[in-house]
Design a binder for this molecule. Structure first.
Ligand code: ZN
Length: 155
């Protein structure tokens, strides 16, 4: 019997992620990823598209924002005064900052505008609003052990 991608299997996946006709990430430059299928370890649109694939099988998957990192929310921008930040932090456009909100939760933001006194912080995920194209190849498949299933990650 040929095994296929199904829930509670450890999947080894090679992928290339293409956004706006540009390769953003590729496991060809490193190691494939490993995850347990069916428990939301990867974005929903990609997980859904893998069911039924066999080892060695390739697939191109196009994922809309709602099944990936969500829509871009123009409300998720904040202007902050540069003097609120420690001087060691470089406040350049493109810099990612981890900030703590009032509840102590860490939020990641990217500086998208910087002028003399202020910076604009964008709290959207960098891939929010983007259509993602994944070229995937399943390079390995095995049932997750009971311990892996309990822990919710691959050992
Ligand atoms: Zn563990």
């Amino acid at each position: 019997m040929t095994e296929i991608v199904q829930d509670n299997y450890v999947i080894t996946l090679d992928y290339t992620l293409i956004v706006d006709d540009e390769v953003l990430e590729s496991t060809a430059d490193g190691e494939p990823i490993e995850f347990i299928q069916g428990i939301g370890q990867i974005i929903p649109g990609l997980e859904q598209a893998l069911y039924g694939l066999k080892v060695g099988e390739k697939k191109t998957v196009v994922i809309q924002p709602e099944d990936a990192y969500g829509d871009y929310d123009p409300e998720s921008l904040e202007v902050a005064r540069k003097e609120e930040f420690s001087e060691e932090i470089p406040l350049d456009i493109g810099t990612f900052l981890d900030l703590r909100d009032d509840e102590g939760e860490v939020l990641s933001a990217q500086i998208t505008v910087a002028d003399e006194d202020t910076v604009t912080l964008d709290f959207n995920h960098p891939l929010a609003g983007k259509v993602l194209t994944f070229e995937v190849t399943v390079s390995g498949l095995r049932p997750a052990s009971e311990e892996e299933q309990q822990h919710g990650h691959v050992h």
